[in-house]
Design a protein around this ligand. Sequence first.
Ligand code: ADP
Ligand code: MG
Length: 718
Amino acid sequence: MPEFFDNDIKFLKGVGEARANTLSKETGVANFRDLLYYFPFRHVDRSRFYQIADLQGEDLPALQIKGQFISFSSEGEGARKRLRGLFTDGRKMIETVWFNNLKYFSSQYKPGVEYVIFGKPSLYHNIYSIAHPEVEIYNPEKPPIGFRGVYTITEGLRKKGFSVLTFRRMVEEVIKNPGFRSLPETLPSEIMQRYHLMPLKEALVNMHFPQSHETLQKAIERFKFEELYYIELNILRFSMERGAKIKGYPFSKIGEKFNGFYANGLPFELTGAQKRVLKEIWKDMKGGRQMNRLLQGDVGSGKTMVAFLTCLMAIDNGFQTAIMAPTEILATQHYETISNWALKCGVSVALLTGSTRQKDRKLIHAALQNGSLDILIGTHALIEDNVQFQKLGTVVIDEQHRFGVAQRAKMWKKGDTAPHMLVMTATPIPRTLAMTVYGDLDVSVIDELPPGRTPINTLVRWDSSRVEVDNLIFSQLKQGRQVYIVYPLIQDNEKLDLKSLELGYQRACDTFVGYKVCYVHGKMKPEEKERQMDLFVKGEANIMVATTVIEVGVNVPNATVMVIENAERFGLSQLHQLRGRVGRGAKQSYCVLMGKQTSGAETKKRLAIMAETTDGFLISEADMKMRGPGDMEGTMQSGMPFTLRVANLARDGQILSRAREAALSVLAGTKLLLSPGASDSPNEKIKHPITLNDKEINMTRHELRMRFAHSIDWSLIS
Ligand code: ADP
Ligand code: MG
């Protein structure tokens, strides 16, 4: 017998076959349960009358006020003409405004009559005003409308006669039915108690027909918690299972190459953060489990040295290593840096990219197979090239956001002992993303820059300040410094962008006479790009005009000026990356954000944030808040493995932390959810395990399957 909630929606009173088809086509609602989870996108509170004196803040919901109009006046001329009404609840006043049908409205409402007005007040010149309020004569006999949800009504629904009211009636019908009482709770009771969550039935009722603002908030919170809890449960369980299933090579010793280089080869003293991170990495690699570590370190924090020393640890244990970079330029630069270091400790290094010649490629392949090559540096050609290592022990992936989960997984064949993975990124990942999208990785952070850096001076300038900016560039060029000028290059407007880049190049040549200007963009042939980059890296060119191809990793310590044109078109995190190209030496560096004078307040605020802080974490949190997590450029390119219905990663960080803690406690208390052998949790310490009873364990499993079996694609890795 099907459960009450599995009942086809066509059996609901007043629905029937035809309307059921429309419903399922337009909204995916096919049964009673679906209908209950078709949540309103907003709520209307007509349960009570607000006092104007009680209104506070800028973000108010639509609400109703009882009172009288005092006066009407029309203002403005022509298209800007409007009708203003003053309305009082007897104690304070609020404005009402109409922008059309002025005649009608001014004759419609009479002073001295008791009305109820309804609408969203906004603060305007320190006084609240409601534009085009709903107005009706107050009728004490009329039952209150209450506090109600408003549903998304698609065009298709509307055509077939569905309205918000239809949904309210349908939901009411389900809730009224005695069968509703049989709805089982979907969260374990201990979690409900520990986190003070609203029970499911109550929460569902409140989502549709809230008793009050407080109960609505509690209901929303419960669903957010539940959604995030099951995601965390899945991610953590997956990560534990992987820990148990996939073996890693246990490295046994820190050997002579590492020790020799550490004692005599280091070109600088490591920062405390670099040392700490290396310890964390070593602890992973000697443990017998496969390392899966995300290394976050701001631009210039010295990740390359950490990568090299990590490779030495593996090499000393008889293994080969690979370092992958997202671009050829970056791979080449790594190769040059690391070759110098490798010379000092007798380690062999090769570079393999798309433009490696066939002859060299053959040699590299041979050296990889016979085990004589220690470090292979390359682009993704490295995984697509069918490269065979004799004994690959550790892989370092730099600037990871360009590599998807799928590519990470390609590094080893299924069933093999997996190489240790160190994933490095300069894009600070907000905590909420680190706990979800990257929730299966352990995290290390380099939170300290090498000493002797002078903070970068960031200036926000408009077109009117061209001369000032040119003078700054001149003065730096005269001191022998180098300059970047960067233009945006955005896919859907490529032609125009390329044009502005060309014009910018021309202008730089014309303005900075006597200095050599080079020119790089993504559409160039690789050899030409390489040649131009090389001019700048070697110091033969003084100015580089470029698109964002230079964003990642280029290291020219003599460059002290970064001018970013059309800065308003870049995301904050991207601006931060670009800024990181300067300030790499001890000299004072400058980052000039050229914006449009006519930019909106939001844009100006964004640019101001850049001028205020150089903290990559603050910037990425701000970026995520402003653009939402789905938009997080780069970080999200590999794609979210799940979709969120109620929770929002940009706003619900606290709920997420609690949900994760709950999931950890459950996993700790429940052997049954784990595969044998998985003992400890990957990331955090668990305070108090939560023990589920058999029913709850089954429920949890059922919930996991119901909710996420299809939405999370971990199959690539597990
Ligand atoms: P990123 O983390 O952005 O990859 P890099 O590894 O390119 O940073 O390092 C940036 C610069 O800082 C390089 O020139 C590097 O040689 C230098 N560097 C790295 N670590 C230290 C350190 N501990 N002390 C001084 N300079 C360092
Ligand atoms: Mg780097």
